[in-house]
Design a binder for this molecule. Structure first.
Ligand code: GLP
Length: 241
């Protein structure tokens, strides 16, 4: 695993954005796995700046997002589709028809997950997967459990995830209790993984995930078995390693 440290959030974001742009410049039709959460926002802002300067072209890029809340439509401002449009897709020249997010409005979980698995398969495989890290070690919405879930599935969000995400909603009751997420197998099949972490609050879980035992109790620990992982963090998040 390669580890890059940024002094602060801004520098961490710039370093990670550099790695993503290198991927897009070297392979303009890259399939990029994208993530939501507060950590990647700085990366998206940086990519937009380089796009505006004429240094990046997204016209041939395909994006496949990790997850979506079950029950939220794309125009709900808490949905991940909305987040992606706002922070990235509406600001660059990506073809929206080639940006994929699980269909939160599909009530039939089996159908929603099968559809998404087909999209991933048809894309020919993810070239680079961007990941954030949940406080309990989740990646996408793969929550701690007894086994690593393979493909796209519907998850019941844990109390701690609902707690962590409630800051984005008006009331805690509004936080969806379920989500569709890419599975560990789909994530592990990405050719390259770029995982980003920021802030003291992530320091403990960073240590557990990357230097502790590989266990479904800490879903991100499985990344220790991937042969091309780059971890980019700010000094606070990496202070325990
Ligand atoms: C959510 C997302 C994850 C993300 C995590 C961490 O639960 N589903 O993909 O990595 O939050 O978010 P943050 O970057 O805000 O700490």
């Amino acid at each position: 695993m390669k580890i890059y440290v940024g002094e602060d959030y801004k520098e961490m974001s710039r370093k990670a954005a550099n790695i993503m742009s290198a991927q897009i410049i070297l392979k303009p039709d890259s399939v990029i796995g994208l993530a939501t959460g507060s950590t990647p926002i700085g990366i998206y802002d940086q990519l937009v700046k380089w796009y505006e300067k004429g240094d990046l072209d997204f016209s041939n890029v395909v994006s496949i997002n990790l997850d979506e809340y079950k029950g939220l439509s794309g125009d709900n401002d808490q949905s991940y589709r909305y987040f992606m449009n706002k922070h990235l897709f509406d600001r660059i020249n990506i073809d929206k028809n080639k940006t994929y997010v699980p269909d939160g409005l599909e009530q039939d979980s089996y159908k929603a997950c099968q559809q998404y698995n087909n999209i991933i398969e048809k894309s020919g495989g993810i070239d680079m997967q961007l990941l954030g890290l949940g406080h309990n070690g989740h990646i996408g919405f793969n929550e701690p459990g007894e086994a690593f879930e393979k493909e796209t599935h519907c998850v019941n969000l844990t109390k701690s995830t609902i707690e962590a995400n409630k800051r984005f909603f008006e009331r805690e009751e509004d936080v969806p209790k379920q989500a569709y997420t890419m599975g560990i197998k789909s994530i592990m099949q990405a050719k390259k993984i770029l995982i980003v972490v920021s802030g003291k609050g992530k320091a403990d879980i960073v240590k557990k995930a990357f230097f502790g035992p590989v266990t479904p109790e800490v879903p991100a620990s499985v990344l220790q078995l991937h042969n091309d992982v780059t971890l980019v963090g700010d000094r606070d998040a990496l202070c325990e390693i």
